[in-house]
Write a protein that binds this ligand. Structure first.
Ligand SMILES: C[S@@+](CC[C@H](N)C(=O)[O-])C[C@H]1O[C@@H](n2cnc3c(N)ncnc32)[C@H](O)[C@@H]1O
Length: 219
């Protein structure tokens, strides 16, 4: 993804398009949308884990999937946009990485295996997205001892207009945990923090962004 994550058209709050149409247009209407680099807040958490099978939800153009594959994970990514998935698969193949990319709508898509790690980095959308239900359901595919890592924008970037920011919800780690709802169901909170990171805006402005970082471990 780019450091400028969170700017751009998905800042709008009034779009009524079906998610598949909305997100495919976001990617298809432009060239590569994100930088292809891993999300820093996700990498900081995952780098300390023993590699196994990983699944990235809403993987976009696959920066996190490629990073996992590079670091020994048997990595899979799923996204609703065929264009984003094709870009991720192409970039991974060009690098000789063994990673899987799947087109799927998380509202209904079901993995056919189990995972040591499920990640969701900025799985945030201005159109329909039953995020809590999706995370809760897919988390059932995490093995005991495995993790669910959820990273989200906790505040608007300075370059996002007040109008766009006003239409969006920015979670706290606590609201994330409440939305996911696994804690009374055999999961333990390992990390629940807002972490600040350096970022560069679309016009080259440097800024600091706040990420909500939540790590849940299945008991
Ligand atoms: C803000 S982007 C983040 C992309 C990527 N995780 C990253 O950090 O660069 C949100 C992603 O979620 C995907 N998405 C939104 N709704 C989805 C759904 N119902 N099923 C699968 N993917 C979805 C979008 O296509 C988009 O790639």
């Amino acid at each position: 993804m780019s450091d400028a994550h969170g700017h751009g058209t998905h800042g709008h709050g009034h779009d009524e398009r079906p998610p598949a149409e909305f997100w495919e247009a976001q990617y298809a209407e432009s060239g590569r949308r994100w930088s292809g680099k891993v999300n820093a807040s996700t990498a900081i958490v995952v780098q300390d884990l023993e590699p196994g099978r990983s699944l990235d939800l809403g993987c976009g153009e696959g920066g996190d999937v490629a990073w996992c594959a590079r670091h020994g994970w048997d990595a899979t990514g799923v996204d609703i946009s065929p264009t984003a998935v094709a870009r991720g698969a192409e970039a991974a193949a060009a690098e000789g990485l063994d990673a899987r990319f799947i087109v799927g709508d998380l509202a209904t898509w079901e993995p056919d295996g189990t995972f040591e790690l499920v990640t969701a980095s900025f799985l945030q959308s201005p159109v329909e997205l039953s995020r809590g239900a999706i995370l809760r359901r897919i988390a059932q595919h995490v093995v005991p001892g495995g993790r669910l890592v959820v990273v989200a924008h906790a505040a608007p970037p300075p370059w996002m207009s007040a109008e766009h920011a006003g239409h969006r919800e920015f979670p706290t780690p606590e609201s994330e945990i409440a939305e996911i709802g696994l804690v009374d169901d055999g999961w333990t909170v390992e990390v629940a923090e807002v972490r600040r990171r350096a970022a560069v805006g679309p016009d080259g402005t440097e800024a600091e962004l706040d990420d909500s970082v939540v790590v849940l471990r299945r008991d």
